[in-house]
Design a protein around this ligand. Structure first.
Ligand code: NAD
Length: 488
């Protein structure tokens, strides 16, 4: 039996597609179910868009673009700021909705509302300050004007693991820049985006500026939108294989793209680290979002002299973690998103053990309803184990010993990914060297979480292209024009 507060909240979520400022059902009336991964129960039924619906959303975004692009930056900023305020007013609802459809503990869902909301506030501040430049050319023969212009209608595709923040991290800079959007949230967790889209409507976003398409026909709907000559930008967050496919689809139209893809973050602990800080950082970097984050520490590289102490300390902490539905008081580990995720964690642990690793706690799926996996520590993971190569995307902490700094750098960089790294050392000089030597777009030095709306989030190597957040974030949605004028 569902809790009355949960039922009431779910009943308030729009179930349609948002196209040109109106909520409407999918062509032909198709719908798709949304589940609670903690119970396996169907909690909602939403519209399942066809290719025609995708085209209608694209029509709306294209039609709304000229007037939104011409709206003064201050006005756009004020709408974003109102959306930020409304999100704060409804933060408990948004947090609960995320816990219901995605499974993360409520305290973490509240944290995501705070983090995700900051993109609205940050880009409302950035937009009026984003200016071009004007000056004489070096020869003194003319004046150069460099101006920035919104790229046009954008297609945004988001994953299931951060249902709010992945949407705000794209929508806020796009709207701040003067672009219109069609957003396609993950089919597993669409409710937060639908609810947030209503907040944007309430904040005064004009019709057609934000359109939402939820669909199980992801491939065909996306391909049609991406090949539309009116589309000017594709921004994707998700796995690297899907990102590669989308880059191929974007190539014929030389479409601008931003790609926030997978990660395989090293978490390096040197003997000169403060071990209390390192253990604290490890718990955050590994178990936030039940391990289902692109920034999740995937490989714990620990210097040999402290590896036993580190392993014992994290094992003790992990053994004490509370597993359960995210709505229960004190729960730290909710369910994984689906059966496939549980199977993957199980297979990766099995492979590591077969190759000589030791499970010090956890290691198995949890019996009963829902898709839970025990919080796990795997020590002494051997080179060549799949767990060191693939994204675990689950609550499994894998430890590998190393000998010296060169060894640590070699192991840390031994991956095609390059999103984020974490380094724990009390040596300032070593910390500086690691900034130079690790091949990642972001780094946490003695901290286990780096994300901030004011900072440029993004990866090197196969972790992606472009940046979200910071001053850089708005430029993903702007194009530059240089004009030479004759001297006056
Ligand atoms: P996914 O690639 O399976 O799906 C992401 C989105 O793409 C979803 O909306 C999905 O419906 C859509 N999609 C899937 N196939 C598609 C296709 N053929 N055409 C168009 N769209 C398609 O990833 P996921 O499982 O939802 O998310 C987990 C992945 O996302 C992990 O690899 C994680 O590292 C990555 N991620 C990266 C970041 C980042 O900022 N770098 C942030 C969060 C998640």
């Amino acid at each position: 039996m569902t809790d009355p507060r949960e039922s009431e909240l779910l009943a308030s979520v729009p179930t349609g597609l948002l196209i040109n400022g109106e909520w409407r059902q999918a062509t032909g009336g198709r719908t798709v179910a949304v589940n609670d991964p903690a119970t396996g129960d169907v909690i909602h039924e939403i519209a399942d868009a066809t290719v025609d619906d995708g085209v209608a959303a694209m029509d709306a975004a294209a039609e709304a673009f000229p007037s939104w692009a011409a709206t003064p930056a201050r006005e756009r900023a004020e709408i974003l700021r109102r959306a930020f305020d409304l999100l704060q007013e409804r933060k408990e609802d948004v947090a609960l909705l995320m816990t219901l459809e995605m499974g993360k503990p409520l305290a973490e869902a509240r944290g995501e509302v705070a983090y995700g909301g900051e993109f609205l506030r940050w880009f409302s501040e950035v937009t009026a300050h984003t200016q071009g430049r004007y000056g004489a050319n070096p020869e003194g023969t003319g004046r150069m004007i460099v101006s920035h212009h919104p790229v046009g209608p954008c297609y945004l595709i988001t994953p299931w693991n951060f249902p709010l923040a992945m949407a705000t991290r794209k929508i806020a800079p796009a709207l701040a820049a003067g672009c219109t959007v069609v957003i396609k949230p993950a089919t597993l967790t669409p409710l937060t985006t639908l609810f947030f889209a209503q907040i944007l409507q309430d904040a005064g976003v004009p019709a057609g500026v934000v359109n939402v398409v939820t669909t199980t026909d992801t491939g065909p709907v996306s391909e049609r939108i991406i090949s539309d000559p009116r589309l000017r930008k594709l921004s994707f967050t998700g796995s690297t294989p899907v990102g590669v496919k989308l880059l191929q689809q974007a190539a014929p139209g030389v479409l601008r793209t931003s790609m926030e893809l997978g990660g395989n973050a090293p978490f390096v602990v040197f003997e000169d680290a403060d071990l209390d800080k390192a253990v604290e950082g490890a718990m955050l970097a590994k178990f936030r979002n039940i391990g289902q984050a692109c920034t999740a520490a995937n490989r714990f590289l620990v210097q040999r002299g402290i590896v036993e102490d580190f392993t014992n300390r994290v094992t003790e902490r992990v053994r004490a973690m509370k597993v359960g539905r995210g709505t229960e008081e004190g729960v730290q580990i909710g369910p994984l998103i689906d059966d496939r995720a549980v199977d993957k964690a199980k297979t990766l642990v099995g492979d590591a053990v077969e190759r000589g690793a030791t499970v010090t706690t956890g290691g198995a799926p949890v019996d009963g309803p829902g898709t839970f996996f025990e919080p796990t520590v795997v020590a002494d993971v051997q080179p060549g184990s799949d767990i060191l190569r693939e994204e675990i995307f689950g609550p499994v902490l894998a430890i590998v010993p190393f000998d010296d700094e060169d060894d640590a750098v070699r192991l840390a960089n031994d991956t095609e990914y390059g999103l984020v790294s974490y380094v724990f050392t009390e040596s300032f000089a070593r910390g500086q060297r690691m900034i130079d030597r690790l091949e990642t777009g972001m780094m946490g030095l003695n901290v286990g979480v780096v994300s901030n709306a004011a900072a440029p989030f993004g990866g090197w190597k196969q972790s992606g292209l472009g940046r979200e957040g910071g001053d850089e974030g708005i430029h993903e949605y702007l194009q530059t024009k240089y004009t030479l004028t004759a001297n006056p």
